[in-house]
Design a protein around this ligand. Sequence first.
Ligand SMILES: [Zn+2]
Length: 389
Amino acid sequence: MTLHWTRLAQDGNARRGVLHTAHGEVETPVFMPVGTAGTVKAMTADSVRATGARMVLGNTYHLMLRPGAERVGRLGGLHTMMDWHGPILTDSGGYQVMSLNELRQMDEGGVTFRSHLDGSKHRLTPERSIEIQRLLDADVTMCLDECTPFPATEEQAATSMRLSMRWAKRCRDAFVPREGYGLFGIVQGSTYPELRAESVAALSGIGFEGYAVGGLAVGEGQEMMFGVLDCTLPLMPTHAPRYLMGVGTPSDIVGAVRRGIDMFDCVIPTRSGRTGRAYTSRGMMNLRNAKHAEDKRPIDPDCACPACARHSRAYLHHLIKAEEMLGPMLLTWHNLQYYQDLTRGLRDAISAGRLDAHAAALEAAWAAGDAPPEDAAAAELAEDRETLR
Ligand SMILES: [Zn+2]
């Protein structure tokens, strides 16, 4: 049987379930740490597992350029290469080709671009993206699509989405089914409900093991993102997992789970950890801030990670100021732990049928805690969003 998902519980639109893959089962809603180039930055595979993470993401674009998909294949695939024996989802490479390459050339067949590493010329087609992801041995393969820029006119969004739908069909045809492996289609259509509906219908007609919502968290803001989910999710197949790509903050995740999303990935916890920011049960905290210099309290008294169990805010502040490697390592661990604790709490609340109350309590604690004043928090959040992936 190919990769599939079973539902365990439902609370409102929120779902708790299990994703069955070639490399084990994963409970959903799930947050997947981003292992861009074959590593979750600043973490060993064991430390990623210790946070409770059971599935990670790898980036096709980075791995195809270095060390190269064929080489990863010869080294036994991504699981063996990075010592991660749980499931792996790989993106298609399309997003980075479009965001990291100003000289790319798109045509009906695919996209031609130059490597940001050495200027060498490459071509990514739907068929080649599927082949690369097979060489990487991804449990979940993503269709190659064009990530529509934001903002886009309705005409631009329609042209872009229809190209992605033609590519989705080519990806489906190129994908060789294997036990426990699956291919996900990606819903596009920018902020236009009719285009999102057309995209869902096209993908459902082709048939995939899971469905992703793409083209969000690209600068449209949380309210508009939730608006797109509100009009798109009710149209999507209910038997398959739903994945919101590249999202998000803890608040984004809670809102999306309540709307029926099952899977997430985002660089926010890892990237913000490397720049001194900690997401906690009491809001976001910037450890660079001088107010932490002699604060002996842990970052988050409710967290069991090594940064919180063994160290003070003062020490972490010192490590970040001194640019010691351990600072980003500990804060990355903490943030990933926080995201895993957050999603576990959401799963439990769905099973107990008390997700609304749980979400309200989370939001109240974030607002009441040590978070910076709203303006500063918004500015830092904007900075985090700007550097997504
Ligand atoms: Zn912690």
